[in-house]
Design a protein around this ligand. Sequence first.
Ligand SMILES: [Zn+2]
Length: 173
Amino acid sequence: MNKFMKLAINEAVNGIENNDGGPFGAVIVKDGKVIAKAHNCVLKNKDATCHGEMQAIRKASKKLGTFDLSGCEIYTTGYPCPMCSGAILWANIEKVYFGCDMQDAQKLGFRDKQFQEELSAKPNNIFQVDRQDCLKVYERYKQLKNKADYWFKKLAITPFAYFTNLTKHITQN
Ligand SMILES: [Zn+2]
């Protein structure tokens, strides 16, 4: 077994034994070294965003002192949900290794697959309001000097292709 996936599984087991949340653990690795280990704490923290990957990203960012986790890889017991997939992209994490897929999670009653499908369809519960007023804040931001450059790390592929590539990667291991 992959040693990092083993750590992610241990996290997931800790999580379910303590009733912290679902059976999901995640480990972030950089240059072969473990930066952060975490598990789902949705129930413990009473916070829907505390998925294993999100927890691991928060810990890793705190440890490295930056939101930018370029050069990092994440090992997760379950395929990242849309929220975590987004966070992985925002954090510039370069590779994802997952154990169970969305169908496996669905069998336990988790809605990852449903959300993925809903997000790829045109949502009917999102409404645009006061764009011009919101644009003024964007404009003000644009004028700021010394603002953070979020574009320094660009993925050459779209998120979907990104995850398709990752899927391929893990099946080769
Ligand atoms: Zn998630």
